[in-house]
Design a protein. Sequence first.
Length: 469
Amino acid sequence: MKNFSEWFHNILEEAEIIDSRYPIKGMSVWLPRGFQIRKNMLNTLEEMLNKEHEEVLFPMLIPQSDLAKEAIYVKGFEDEVYWVTKGGANELNEKLALRPTSETSIYPMFALWVRSHMDLPIKVYQTVSTFRYETKHTRPLIRVREITTFNETHTVHATAEEAEEQMKTGIQIYSDLFDKLAVPYTISQRPEWDKFPGSEYTIAFDMIMPDGKTLQIGTVHNLGTTFAKTFDITYEDEQSEHQYVYQTTYGLSDRVIAAVIAAHGDEKGLVLPPIVAPEEVMIVPIIFKENQDDVLAFTDALEAKLQDAGIRTKQDKRDIRPGKKYYEWENKGVPLRVEVGPRDLENKKIVLNRRDTGEKIFMDYNEDTVVDDIQAVLDQITEDLKVKSNKFQEDKTHYVESLKAVSKTINKKGGIVTFNWCGDTECGKQIEEEFNIDILGTQPQVEVEGECIHCGKEAKHRALVSKTY
Ligand code: A5A
Ligand code: MG
Ligand code: ZN
């Protein structure tokens, strides 16, 4: 892919994912095909969340007084907040913020809900629009001003240990989701200066995009007692003493869909993993006048059979050249195409075409096993996409031992560069500035020895840097 940005922009239009011509910067329209991909992604996520969280829905407007209560938090978001100041011609008594995210909308209510330890834990999530007046260059799905697919979880616990456990759960759920979508990721702990405002620490998932820059595709934050103290969220313990609660929040967005598109797409267009594809299978009957009825009887039955088995299947019976159909469904990313012509019927074969590899499979048709046979190919596609995209992320991650090699590697190969680092804020910010890169964070699980490659002090962490979106 020569120019990823251009490719990405084109494919959103060609594959009918979104229409970005909406007359407000940073806001786009979800088209039917895009909406289905979005829905399939959310269903996958919500199915996992539902095992231990409950879905809720909070209002979109937040009183200024609540938004401003937590000083560090408001400092982090104040430049990005949209304000509602009028109702009709009347100035409102109090300005109302369109939520940039929902801590200050949800936590005043948590303060009312939590009385005793019996009320804990609370684990809720919502999928909503949030609004951020982003000043960096906006891009469809990647950096938007209305984040229409904001899925945010908020949890409340009696102890720090429980909150810490919940962090692991959040990280596991996101890892599982990205694995299912065959989206590769690198997990790190964000540096102090880039953690979520008001949090103790932030764990982030970063994917290396085809152009070598990384995209943050999800974050899991340990909020400690910061917001409990701000909003007075306490419970009475057994000694009748008031204790502050411990909280976590994790979230992801439209970026996950951008990641799926970017991870798998190629020169022919979109490549979708079956789990999110609007159609997992597209059947194309090859029709000639004299045997049209036989072929269509067969493909209708096959379509019904696959649909009954829960495989999203459609048939393209339009009266246009098959080649045109192939081109269109390849461009739109349908994982598997099934062609059936009169000769195939005679030979008891169906012809499968894998979108990801271009491989043609001449499959023996067996009425009793065809569903399983096709499902097996779909599963293999997912597995192969995962292996391929993980390999890309690994190949684009390089450990270096000198400062010179940092910039050289980033400039030549892109991706993520890792090295030993002291962990000091001043040193880290100098590195960011000197090389015009971002420190994504550190990997707590990696033990290091030796010196910081920048300042020479004792190295405490393995740091990750990259160019970022
Ligand atoms: N309440 C917590 C979960 C929160 O708001 N965290 S966050 O600020 O990090 O946002 C969650 C995720 O939303 C980020 O990891 C990022 O993937 C995504 N996101 C943030 N700003 C975005 C934007 N302008 N456009 C698209 N996605 C965005
Ligand atoms: Mg930065
Ligand atoms: Zn240093």
